[in-house]
Ligand binder design. Structure first.
Ligand code: UPG
Length: 603
């Protein structure tokens, strides 16, 4: 079939060509020019085939076969959950700040030292439409801490908390970031320009996911790029790639050797994510779970997956995420005529998957060794018509990281932990225009709501610790109605758990609505602080600061609206619809070791 072209190919390339022929891909070679003509392009083609082959568990042949099967199922109208009946599963529901919560937090904060963290950050964030990478966005604009910096600061703070009082240095907690062609270079630059935000160079590993071949028909014929007849068209395979890239990197076995027990997966923009992690890790550890998915209450039909128990006729069952577009039809098809609806609590009975997973490393490694890093995939072709014989545009296989438990056998301990939404989940996914259209009462998931959620969570935590906080104002930014609480931000060094907060806030503290409070440093305690304005406290270099009976009054940082369309503002500000006007502030900076008490001061 390649005729005289065989002479320009290596034996490996000939093997790849044979494989493609055997897998029904002869169309790729029709009209290949004679040797001497476009030889460089032909080799370029085989380089790409070799890459696609090596990046997929089982190689390109396995990809084509899996695609053919999934395309046939899709044509026949079989969904992955055909034959399963959904019901509401039992999981651990935590109430922030109660005894049980604090026990789990204490256990989890310690377990963090035996964990590895994995951030999936290969997504383009098309719905958000931000021109940069999402992890570089400020999580809030009071301190301008980016998401990546916040995540790294928190992991370092967990490490520091575990090292306290020990004579030997503990092993650095590893962080893996999965990038893609769309995000890799910018992620490297962000880390380089900021000296890894304080992490050691070998503490962070970047693993890049690769795209997969596009398919043009139900026979899984590989599609060529319309603008380059020697380039296979490719598209992202989804965040589920994280399991394959981790498995192939060899990191899992290295982690096991050095005593890592848990792997925590998380996503690119959730400023609250680490607030629920210690307690959830505690749940995994104390219940010895193989899989623990973090979840929040979810409005029916909200665009986050629902966690459901799925039972088959033969009694076998699994607890798994069912994507929001599948849950409603599945319920309707199994006797729930109304589909996914809110119950008397005002939420769907199926908790919302926030895609933060805690996996037990030993069983995770064992399972991926069986599958060679592969997890369950799906295909979602857009058909031209009801005959389902041709597609509007090429398709490809996809996979989602939360589908990992689908191949586990029934003896695996798969659970989930439900946390309060205000505490644990505020992603930034929607652009201002789309967020403004979200029906009232449903989460906006915009840069505006993502930032305001951080202030709200911190205020609510302080309230639970006994601080008197003036309630929020309702304001509209970028057409989105939002609760504006006092802008309270603390660095992870100041507090990682509710216990930390309770230890550091004493007496009668009061914070007015117009206030901004930023706390940075692991040894700052507040006692009888009255704040009506902006106050920044930073303690470094071993200083131990006790603020006692301090009253701070100034004009503070005023929030002023910014129009999304006003290009005179930078994008990060425009997209949230407000900025701070710094009218007045008090800054206290301590950098000398030893105790320092600020008492009976009014400023
Ligand atoms: N991502 C990758 N590679 C990809 C695609 C995405 O790394 O090929 C990353 C992305 O950067 C982000 C994460 O994966 O960090 C999730 O992507 P996103 O587009 O935000 O996810 P959704 O499609 O909104 O949904 C996921 C889960 C869903 C869950 C929701 C919670 O599929 O079940 O409810 O996240 O935020």
């Amino acid at each position: 079939f390649l005729g005289p072209n065989l002479s320009i190919l290596s034996s490996f390339q000939i093997k790849l060509a044979r494989m493609l022929m055997e897998e029904g891909q002869a169309h790729l070679f029709t009209n290949w020019p004679l040797p001497g003509d476009k030889d460089f392009d032909k080799l370029r083609f085989f380089d790409q085939v070799a890459k696609l082959d090596s990046n997929y568990p089982g190689g390109l042949a396995a990809y084509i076969r899996n695609a053919r099967k999934l395309l046939a199922d899709s044509k026949a109208g079989k969904n992955p959950f055909t034959g399963y009946v959904p019901s509401v599963p039992n999981g651990e529901k935590l109430i922030y700040g109660d005894e049980k919560f604090m026990q789990y937090e204490e256990a989890g904060a310690k377990e963090a030292q035996h964990s590895a963290f994995v951030l999936v950050a290969g997504g383009l964030g098309e719905r958000l439409g931000y021109s940069g990478i999402k992890v570089a966005l400020p999580s809030e604009t009071t301190t301008e801490t980016s998401y990546l910096q916040l995540y790294i600061n928190t992991i370092l703070a967990l490490q520091a908390a575990n090292s306290k009082g020990r004579s030997t240095r503990l092993r650095p907690i590893p962080l893996v970031i999965m990038t893609s062609d769309d995000t890799h270079r910018h992620t490297v630059e962000l880390l380089d320009n900021n000296k890894n935000f304080g992490m050691l160079p070998d503490q962070i590993v970047l693993l890049k996911q690769e795209k997969v071949a596009c398919l043009s028909d139900n026979d899984a014929s590989i599609a060529m790029d319309p603008s380059d007849s020697f380039l296979i068209q490719t598209k992202p395979h989804g965040h589920g790639d994280v399991h394959n890239v981790l498995f192939s990197s060899g990191l899992l076995s290295r982690w096991q050797e050095v005593g890592v027990k848990w792997v925590l997966f998380f996503q690119d923009t959730n400023g609250l994510l680490f607030k629920g992690i210690p307690a959830s890790l505690g749940v995994s550890a104390l219940k010895d779970l193989d899989v623990n998915s973090l979840a929040v209450n979810r409005k029916a039909k909200e665009a986050i997956g629902g966690i459901a128990r799925l039972t088959q006729d033969n009694g076998s069952e699994m607890v798994i995420n069912v994507e929001y577009n599948q849950l409603d039809p599945l319920l309707r098809a199994t006797g729930h005529a109304e589909g996914d609806v809110n119950d008397e609590t005002g939420f769907s009975p199926f908790p919302g998957n926030i895609n933060q997973l805690v996996l037990k490393l030993s069983s995770y490694t064992e399972e991926l060794s069986k599958t060679n890093g592969a997890i369950v995939e799906f295909v979602n072709p857009k058909y031209k018509d009801a005959s389902k014989t041709s597609f509007k545009s090429s398709t490809r296989l996809e996979c989602m990281m939360q589908d990992y438990p689908r191949t586990l056998n029934s003896s695996a301990k798969v659970g989930f932990t439900v946390l309060d939404t205000w505490l644990a989940y505020a992603p930034v996914k929607n652009n201002p225009e789309d967020a403004a259209k979200v029906p009232r009462g449903n989460p906006l998931h915009s840069a505006t709501s993502g930032e305001m959620a951080i202030y709200r969570a911190n205020c609510m935590i302080l309230q639970k610790a006994g601080v008197n906080i003036e309630g929020p104002k309702i304001e509209i930014y970028n057409g989105q109605e939002t609760e504006v609480w006092p802008r309270v931000v603390w660095s992870p060094k100041w507090a990682l758990t509710f216990c930390d907060v309770k230890r550091k806030v004493k007496g009668l503290c009061q914070i007015s609505q117009k206030s901004t409070l930023v706390l940075d440093g692991d040894n700052v305690t507040l006692e009888n602080l009255v704040l009506d304005g902006a106050l920044f406290i930073r303690a470094t270099g071993g200083s131990q600061v006790n603020i006692k009976s301090m009253r701070v009054f100034n004009d503070g940082w005023k929030i002023t609206p910014v129009d999304f369309a006003d290009k005179s503002y930078r994008e990060e500000i425009r997209m949230r619809g407000f900025e701070f006007q710094r009218l007045g502030q008090q800054t206290l900076f301590f950098d000398q070791p030893g105790e320092c008490c600020v008492s009976n001061v009014s400023m």
